[in-house]
Design a protein around this ligand. Structure first.
Ligand code: MIG
Length: 720
């Protein structure tokens, strides 16, 4: 075993000869350090941690279940899991970072390994936490700390800063699998205009392609596509097309031909391109683990950027496989052998399961290979890097051809990819429990480095009700990625697809989101820049006494959410760890009152956003607009709860530049002095003219103040 010291007390232990996964930024400096974890090496490696009754485990990213991971099993193995029922142990991401919280101190661990890892967090035996790594070549990273945020922040410093989307990526996006042609997309756009609902963009699902071929657009269904893209963009509305991992096998299809010539596809046992079937029928999978393949594939996104596209979602990149030739053949043979027979129950189930199990059978992963750093690697052993490296390829191409920020999300991911794109949480359903899952999942994913995150609002599969959509929007209004997406053949899920009341309430919530964008964007950028979390459960801030509360979240340093996630509830129980101000935001009005510490009932109607503001904190709100391009910070409304002194740094930039961002860092100070509030604004934002303050004091009294920014008079005005 070799050991290394990374910056900030972080230690790395290297077992065997691990592959360079690119998850972390640096390898570290060799140093002899003792590893006192209980590790048994073998074909698979076992790490064992004793669990004391009060120990907690946090992290592991995109998984179902509680934020405190105790009492469950999880598997890090990216999977196209189309049905997120409670018992599922894996989803699309492999996020091997967790923090063990003990009575005396806490330690973070990251397992830098590209294959399967299984976590049993006190499930089999409630006093044992075992981590089973399916291999013997890996790195174990260990991060000490005294507070949760310290551990996470140290981890993020070695893992690197998260992807930064353009500001427009914080708007509201409409999506649906099944918008079949340009006319339908245009109809959605026009309906949003007509109903005066803000709209930032529309996602295009795979129907825009010609026969599901990547980097093609159907001429028949999407004629003059580039013109349409630009027309919408001139009105501040973006189209975001999907790209899948598989490349259709079709002679004369340029991507296929180039892939073959350039040796860009994964190979089978015999060294020929591996064949599997997904949406286009039979496909080859680009070997994204090869640098040249990433560059080649990345370049292909130019087809889209040339059409005016500035955002893409990468799908099916676990990779999802419908069937491969061998298994299909066997299944058909079995079926033929059954023809005309009187099947007993065992045979019937065997027949049925053989076909059902074709979808995403993990045996396929044994049958194809990558070339990594010159070596042949079985897919199974590097599986979790596939979607990650596809997204690195996309990032490479989009950066090269856009020279500005772009929206990029992926379904499959592993740590490391967080530097290149965001993720959405895949095929959830229109179930109330999935709204709750969404709430719990956000901080766990955020800990693993991903910041641009969100779920399909309203639910992907299943039938959404107007009430569920409204409640879901009330939560998603605070997630960086806000997208309403639904599956083929489910009931329509746009805000206007329900009743007049649902339409009005959704409009009001989405407008509220736009009022919050200056704050959310500022919080996002500061969090990424300073290695702080965007989302936190209460326990991270207020300690173990709050560990059981997992449906209230803190955002940044200022606010606490307590979303309603149950049907037919106009109220819910909220536990306030300290006294806070209760804020209500709708399109035009804001309300602020005081809420005492302790458990209490919060009433929460369907037509607004409601959340809490912490003591000696403030948040700025803008005015709603049709989309981000029309947002302005000329006038800000600042809501503050100040008993002593509050300081707030408001970050802004042009929302689109990559590196050399001209940063506005405005500092707002509100101080209570001799019975009145003193206000100071340092380095005012260059567009700012006035801030209207609404300050609540400790007795619940409201103080309104207006602060105008005095600038040197412009040349046109007469000088005295
Ligand atoms: O096999 O492109 O998660 O968002 O609508 C399903 C169709 C493929 C899965 C994605 C979903 C998308 C759907 N895709």
């Amino acid at each position: 075993m070799k050991s290394y010291k990374l910056n900030n007390e972080v230690e790395a232990f290297e077992f065997g000869s691990p592959l360079d996964t690119g998850a972390l930024l640096e390898k570290g400096v060799p140093e002899k350090i003792h590893c006192n974890e209980e590790i048994s090496l073998g074909k698979t490696t076992k790490l064992q941690f004793p669990l004391l009754p009060r120990d907690r485990i946090y992290g592991l990213g995109e998984h179902l279940g509680s934020i405190n991971r105790r009492g469950r099993r999880f598997r890090s193995y990216c999977r196209d899991e189309a049905n997120h029922t409670e018992d599922k142990n894996e989803l699309y991401g492999a996020h091997n970072f967790f923090v063990h919280v003990k009575e005396q101190g806490l330690t973070g661990y990251f397992i830098d390994f590209p294959g399967e890892v299984v976590y049993d967090v006190g499930f089999q035996d409630d006093q044992k936490f075992t981590v089973e790594i399916h291999g013997k070549d890996f790195r174990l990273i260990k991060i000490p700390g005294n507070r949760m945020e310290e551990v996470v922040s140290r981890f993020l410093q070695v893992a690197g800063k998260a992807y930064i989307p353009p500001k427009w990526a914080f708007g509201y996006f409409q999506s649906r699998w099944g918008y079949k042609d340009l006319e339908e997309i245009k109809g959605v756009y026009e309906r949003f205009q007509q109903e005066q609902i803000p709209l930032e963009g529309i996602y295009l699902d795979l129907d825009y392609m010609e026969d599901f071929k990547n980097f093609t657009v159907s001429k028949e269904r999407f004629p003059e596509f580039g013109k349409f893209v630009r027309k919408l963009k001139n009105n501040g509305v973006y189209l975001v097309p999907i790209i899948d991992a598989g490349i259709k096998i079709e002679p004369d299809y340029d991507i296929y031909e180039e892939g073959i010539k350039g040796k860009h596809f994964c190979l089978n046992e015999e060294g020929a391109p591996y064949v599997a079937a997904v949406w286009p029928g039979k496909v080859h999978f680009p070997d994204f683990l090869q640098r040249e393949t990433r560059q080649w594939f990345g370049e292909k996104y130019k087809f889209l950027t040339d059409l005016g596209i500035e955002g893409v979602w990468n799908d099916m990149n676990e990779p999802a496989i419908f069937y491969d030739e061998k298994n299909l053949e066997e299944a058909i043979d079995l079926a033929s052998a059954c023809r005309g027979k009187n099947l007993n129950v065992h045979k019937f189930f065997e027949l049925k399961d053989t076909f059902a199990n074709l979808l995403n059978d993990e045996d396929y992963h044994q049958r194809f290979y990558h070339r990594v750093q010159g070596k042949k690697q079985r897919h199974k052993d590097v599986h979790n890097l596939y979607g990650d490296y596809m997204t690195r390829a996309a990032n490479y191409g989009l950066s090269k051809h856009l020279d500005k920020r772009f929206l990029l999300i992926s379904r499959a991911s592993s740590i490391g990819m967080h530097r290149y794109g965001g993720i959405w949480t895949g095929d959830n359903a229109s179930w109330w429990t999935h709204l709750e899952e969404n709430i719990r999942m956000m901080p766990s994913i955020n800990m693993c480095g991903f910041y641009y995150i969100g779920a399909d609002t309203g639910g992907f599969g299943g039938q959404c009700s107007g009430e569920l959509l409204t409640r879901w929007l009330q939560f998603s209004a605070f997630t960086p990625l806000l997208r309403n997406h639904s599956a083929l053949d489910t009931r329509p899920q746009e805000p206007y697809a329900f009743s007049e009341a649902v339409l009005e309430n959704s409009r009001s919530i989405i407008k509220g989101r736009y009022r919050l964008i200056p704050y959310l964007y500022s919080t996002y950028m500061k969090a990424v820049e300073n290695y702080q979390l965007f989302f936190k459960p209460l326990a991270f801030e207020y300690g173990g006494g709050y560990e059981e509360i997992e449906d209230q979240l803190l955002i940044g340093e200022e606010i606490m959410l307590a979303p309603i996630h149950k049907k037919h509830q106009s109220q819910r129980l909220v536990d306030l760890p300290e006294r806070m101000a209760l804020i209500t935001v709708s399109e035009k009005a804001t309300k602020i009152t005081l809420a005492p510490a302790g458990p209490q009932r919060l009433s929460y109607d369907l037509d607004h956003l409601r959340f809490f503001l912490r003591e000696n904190k403030m948040i700025p709100l803008g005015k709603s607009a049709a989309n981000v391009s029309k947002l302005s910070v000329q006038e800000l409304e600042v809501l503050a709860y100040v008993t002593d002194k509050a300081e707030h740094t408001f970050y802004d930039d042009d929302g689109i530049s990559l590196e050399n961002r001209e940063k506005n860092l405005m500092k707002i100070i509100v101080e209570f002095q001799q019975d009145s509030y003193h206000i100071e604004v340092e380095k005012p934002h260059k567009e700012l003219e006035v801030i209207r303050f609404t300050i609540i004091d400790n007795s619940g009294r409201i103080h309104r103040k207006s602060h105008e920014i005095k600038r040197k008079k412009s040349r046109n005005e007469p000088m005295e």
